[in-house]
Design a protein around this ligand. Structure first.
Ligand code: F0G
Length: 460
């Protein structure tokens, strides 16, 4: 486990971006106009933005200079080959297909492989992954180990996939209805928890025996590899690159949102070994994303990704990164805020239903907490609970909620200092003082999929 001294940033600041504070009446007006949905708040009205760690990283001087040398040729750009080599060095798969972001990689993969009635297992599907599977009429099945739902248990690899349940799924659905299996590293929707190499090996063996292709959802692979180095026996002396290569050697491919561990603001890819499948993915890519050597990105974006993939493997960076996030967790715990333990790689997950015990699940305590935090201090967080993952039961017509009702405080990479984290903790302290008066919410408008992005709500 990381120690809890204030982490020192292994970089200094060359460019700054001013932050503006808002007044309480201003925030009240903003909330009403936003339909009480933090996704509808203009970023200018946010003081500290912990909505997501996706696409919000600060790029390094070398990445910015990469933008200048980006080759913008339509086909066969030099930047593509640098990008391809950077991905292959870490992932080790034969084909690398760029996409504009992670969900585009998911879409071309699932569109090509899935039919109605198929099932895709995962530890826990991220919301876009789930949606991309469900629009094909297939089932996104979550098979994470039960420890994942015990937020007080300090286990090292709570992102692991339950192999007994995977075997049961294969038996009940049949191999033919499972065109691929996925594993999300780190497991974002389950608290940003890592998966162990032992588990990866075991899952891989099982899937290979049944000839089911195995793909990683690899957005935060470097953070996962760092946890393996720190927590799994036998990996303490291995480099992050060696660990990452070993992880990927057990799979057939990966989808990646470069907006996380490639330290860039936009980009993604799918990478895989299967020649015929790669051909089909490229055909689908050309229709909407672009030619296979740019896939919806500019040459400069490919350049920045290639550079980011080198920087993210640095141990100094990962040590700082994980302890920076853990530091926020520690500040919150000291103030009595209930959180998921251990702290994940990219975010602290607050247990909103414990923080606001007077708000029932159908009044969305997580959502209420995101609003209270913004109202108090202009801090933006995101609910990962009943609004994001609640689903109507087809038989009873009642809404079913995910096991944990959380608010995620996602920490952008290399963006905020430890003082910002102190400001967040202080805001929580103030919110806690008036928590009895915080009210629940009712949804007044929603879309059929990914409703949290666009829903409008009102206080009850
Ligand atoms: N998979 C995981 C595990 C993710 O966390 C995300 C994005 C995606 C896939 C999709 O990638 O955004 O590039 O299309 N997660 C962001 C988040 C949005 O806030 O956690 P994308």
């Amino acid at each position: 486990m990381p120690d809890h001294r204030m982490p020192v940033e292994p970089f200094r600041i060359k460019t700054v971006e001013p932050l503006r504070r808002t007044s309480r009446p201003e925030r009240e007006k903003v909330l009403r106009a936003a339909g009480f949905n933090v996704f509808n708040i203009p970023a200018e009205k946010v003081f500290i933005d912990l909505l997501t760690d996706s696409g919000t990283s600060a790029m390094s001087d070398r990445q910015w200079s990469g933008l200048m040398v980006g080759d913008e040729s339509y086909a066969g750009a030099r930047s593509f080959f640098r990008f391809e080599a950077a991905v292959k060095r870490i992932f080790g798969f034969k084909h690398v297909i760029p996409t504009h972001q992670g969900r585009a990689a998911e879409r071309i993969l699932f569109e090509t492989l899935l039919k109605k009635g198929d099932a895709v297992p995962n530890n826990i599907h991220f919301d876009t992954t789930q949606a991309n599977i469900e629009v094909r009429g297939a089932d996104a099945v979550n098979l994470v180990v039960p420890e994942a739902f015990d937020p007080d248990l300090e286990a090292p690899f709570k992102g692991n996939l339950d192999t007994a349940r995977l075997e049961a799924l294969i038996r009940s659905r049949g191999v033919k209805r499972i065109p691929l299996a996925m594993m999300t590293i780190t497991n974002n929707s389950g608290g940003g928890q890592p998966v162990s190499l032992a588990n990866i090996r075991e899952v891989s063996r099982l899937l290979r025996r049944h000839r089911i292709p195995f793909f990683f959802d690899a957005c935060r692979f470097a953070e996962n590899a760092f946890f393996i180095k720190r927590r799994e026996e036998g990996y303490g002396r291995k480099s992050i690159l060696e660990i990452a290569r070993e992880m990927f050697s057990h799979a057939d491919g990966a989808t990646m949102s470069a907006k996380k561990d490639a330290l860039v603001n936009i980009g993604g890819f799918v990478t895989l070994n299967d020649d015929r499948l790669a051909e089909r993915l490229k055909n689908s890519l050309i229709i909407s994303e672009g030619f296979p050597t740019y896939g919806g990105l500019a040459g400069r974006d490919l350049e920045a990704i290639a550079q980011g993939l080198e920087e993210v493997l640095e141990e100094d960076y990962l040590e700082y990164r994980t302890s920076h996030v853990a530091y926020l967790g520690k500040l919150l715990e000291e103030r009595g805020v209930p959180i998921v333990k251990p702290v994940g790689g990219h975010a602290v997950y607050v247990l909103a239903d414990r923080f606001l015990p007077h708000i029932p699940r159908h009044r969305y305590p997580g959502w209420a907490l995101t609003i209270a935090l913004y109202r108090e201090a202009g801090i933006r967080s995101v609910e990962i609970g009943g609004v994001m993952f609640g689903k109507k039961d087809a038989r009873t017509g009642r809404e079913v909620y995910p096991p944990l009702e959380m608010v995620r405080l996602a920490v952008p990479r290399r963006v905020y200092t430890a003082s910002h984290l102190h400001a967040v903790a202080d805001a929580f302290e103030r919110v806690a003082k008036g928590r009895d008066k915080i009210r629940g919410f009712r949804i007044v408008r929603q879309s059929p999929r990914l409703r949290h992005f666009t829903a409008r709500l009102e206080e009850v």
